[in-house]
Design a protein around this ligand. Sequence first.
Ligand SMILES: [Zn+2]
Length: 272
Amino acid sequence: MRRVIVSLIAALLCCGADWADVATPAPGPTQSIGFYSAGCLQGAQALPLDGPGYEAIRTSRNRYWGQPVTLEFITTLAEKMRAAGQAHLYIGDIGQPRGGPAPTGHASHQVGLDADIWFERQPGPRLAPVQRENAKLRSLVRADDGGIDDTVFSQQHVSLLKTAAEMPNLDRMFVNKWIKERLCHTATGDRRWLRKLVPWYGHDEHFHIRLYCPPGNPNCQPQADYPHDDGCGEALDLWFRKAPITPPVTSTPPKPYRPKLPAACTAVLKAP
Ligand SMILES: [Zn+2]
């Protein structure tokens, strides 16, 4: 019995449920505290659930909170895609109201600077609320993981990724190795944007944007740099030679994922 109580207390003190249970942001100026996969967010702002060129999906998860710079990135990208005549973007998880570890789905998304944008594109009207929870979200990769699914992949995806990669404030984006490989083989002209596309597990149904720590966030911990070439050589080949490889950019989350958060996050979690 004592052991059960101790583990219950440990679970409460640790992560997951407690961060997910807080429905509102912590007051105060917006501050990212800690690292993308071990941190929290004070003064989070909510992405409006509908905007020109985008709609948020799976909103019942209450993970549409982030840094203003992240919300601005999303709305600007959506505007650009709309101007290019593309269908709405489906915006998935950004972060919880106070950031922190989520009980499901991600190791990162903890400091308000990560966001998931889905590849699925459907012309026409916006989704009804119930559809947003269960939207059709197709993968760009074949079910046998043997390459790109060309019945889904289109030039719209290339344009979307290139546009996002060339926007300011973007540190990197995570995409499936097959997507990176396809772009490495087909991109012409200025290929510098390819550098921003970092291969990672999954990320075949959505891509993940990660922004730099914004100025004025002294407790936000930046991520180490990555190769300065287009990333189409050895860094990509590794993903095809042996998997899983040693993760090059962040750690694969152990399960359950229990990062040690900066001490300042306790106040963010407990703030009224
Ligand atoms: Zn993500």
